[in-house]
Design a protein around this ligand. Sequence first.
Ligand SMILES: Cc1ncc(COP(=O)(O)O)c(C=O)c1O
Length: 431
Amino acid sequence: MNPTATAFEFSLAGQKLTGHSGILELMDDLGRAMTVDSDMRMLGGGNPATVPGMQTLVRGRMRELLDDGETFERMMLNYDPPQGNPRFIRALAELLQREYGWDIGPQNIAVTSGGQSGLFYLFNLLAGRFAGGRSKKILLPLAPEYIGYADQGIEPDLFLACRPDIEWLPDGGGNIFKYRIDFAAVEKALARGDVGAIVASRPTNPSGNVLTDAEVARLSALAAGRNIPLILDNAYGTPFPGVMFVPAKPFLAPHVILVLSLSKLGLPGTRTGIVIAPEPIAKAISSLTAIVGLANSNIGQQLVLPWIESGKILELGPKILRPFYEEKGRVATSWARECFNAAGVDWALHANEGAFFHWLWLKNLRITSRELYERLKVRKVLTVPGEYFFFGLEHDWPHRHECLRLNFSRDTETVREGYRIIAEEVAKASK
Ligand SMILES: Cc1ncc(COP(=O)(O)O)c(C=O)c1O
């Protein structure tokens, strides 16, 4: 049989989830460029850096597991319950109760295969088509938002996004801005009556924005007023991994769902996400895990278990990760200033409040950021064009075509050379 001659029909859901989206194409392109070209300067992906202090801890812990025959065998030979490892879940609930006084227990926690799967389950539980022909959306109160959400809806057009206000920071020399939630826009979107949940990443991928405590409290009140959940995606944030450079309090309320992950701690290969939610939602996530994959990988949970039991996991951000990434960001900002000023381009960066990206805004660009991405690829610099982070907006916005996301956590030489080349290409492509 010639498999290419057989066109099997996919279901509507199958077509939606496998159809060619711009993002999939872009990810493919990024992956291919990296594998065929070892000279490529990778400022594009979302991988965490090799943080020396963290690697030592992980290796040490892995050795401990290998030497502890009983735990190692259990870890490798047993399926965990779909909810996750009971000891891990109990320890996490106790830690969060102890540290933050949160009224939660093991019944409020479900482990997933990365935060990504957890978000997929949540979005499709809370939005899409409902009984009686109703349909609901996921509201992004602040676009740009994480590219990885964009294609997660089983139903099309799952997202509704709001443009933010842009504030110039007084000590940024005219080059540093911060997005702020436009609450009038959020309230207008909620008034449609078809929002099933609000979601925001904190810190935000791509901009490195950290929603202030006041913004989170206000979003929470709006969600409570509509009787819908607020999902806070803390992939980079608090309580861990804590890659944040401004103060921000961990937040939980009875209608708030937190998505945590071990990835940005330096363990993306273990695929460990954690959903903290009202009991019926945590239960639903466990059911979905059982159906989709029986159980999750338990390696990440076992690796960090003693750090959860002792509370050490909360120190890794402030003591190891934050200093590392904050310094990378500071140095990269000084190169941006140097390179872009020297090239005479009109540039701005979002305030780097967390995560490990620069969000570069080029106001006088004559071409789209997708075209700029192509030109930079020819010059062996890989970036992520901004267009893809603005899904869910009802109207086009020129800003959408003027931004690039740069991962500044690579080695010094790669980042410095990358920024120099970007400045050269931007100068050629500016009005
Ligand atoms: C904002 C945000 N949320 C969620 C994820 C998913 O991460 P993981 O599935 O590795 O936990 C990422 C990954 O880059 C992210 O940037």
